[in-house]
Design a binder for this molecule. Structure first.
Ligand SMILES: *Cc1c(COP(=O)(O)O)cnc(C)c1O
Length: 220
């Protein structure tokens, strides 16, 4: 199926107000351009190196989302152009983003990545640590950071109830903090679980496989 068709089909499944981030990791510049030419502007990558290579040659009005783990020493490369960082999982990382953002005279939109899966995942904050970071930012120590909301990944599982519980827990936390911290983004849902995520209140989905087909990691 042409990519523009699968983009149309995917967009038809999204309610108004839900933003599609096309996850383009491992995909070629030409594949990304095909979706760009069909009107898609939000793209997500999980590796800094790959993101830099693509950003350099692709249209400058693409809104790039960094969705994978971010190492502190790589922050400086993406801050000049990044649209949103979904994977802030420590106060130390936020401090580095603040420093680089100030140098670049930019305000960077970030999401705090929260660990909601019961399975052992490497990254993500507890609700408690996320609350602490929110209060630190509110106190004015991070003038070049805008926390827009949260990102979470559910367990890789067939158990819909479990996935639903995990997404619901993050959705409740989002609603508890939305007013006080002026949040507007809840990034939950990938190809296999995004309808559940939307049911639970997600307003940003990160979809790769459903748009582009299965990934082939040997291509890169
Ligand atoms: C790869 C990836 C996705 C997209 O996964 P698909 O199953 O291909 O839709 C979403 N979020 C993150 C953080 C990813 O690394």
């Amino acid at each position: 199926m042409p990519l523009t068709n699968s983009l149309d089909l995917t967009l038809k499944t999204l309610p108004i107000g839900v933003t599609l981030v096309a996850v383009s990791k491992t995909r070629s510049v030409n594949e990304i351009l095909e979706l760009y030419n069909a009107g898609q502007r939000n793209f997500g990558e999980n590796k800094v190196q790959e993101l830099l290579q693509k950003q350099e040659v692709l249209p400058k009005d693409i809104q790039w989302h960094l969705i994978g783990h971010l190492q502190k020493n790589k922050v400086k490369y993406i801050v000049p152009f990044i649209y949103m960082i979904h994977s802030v999982d420590s106060l130390d990382l936020l401090k580095v983003i603040q420093k680089e953002a100030e140098k670049n005279n930019r305000t960077i939109s970030v999401l705090l990545e929260i660990k909601i899966a019961v399975e052992d995942t490497k990254y993500g904050l507890s609700f408690e640590n996320a609350s602490f970071i929110l209060s630190e930012v509110k106190s004015g120590k991070f003038p070049n950071i805008k926390i827009k909301g949260f990102m979470g990944m559910a367990s890789f599982s067939d158990n819909k109830e479990q996935i639903k519980n995990e997404f619901s827990s993050l959705s409740s936390f989002y609603l508890q903090n939305k007013e006080e911290h002026n949040l507007d983004t809840l990034s939950m849902g990938m190809s296999n679980d995004y309808p559940i995520a939307i049911e639970c209140g997600s307003n940003m989905v990160r979809i790769g496989t459903k748009l582009f087909g299965a990934r082939n990691y040997t291509n890169i």
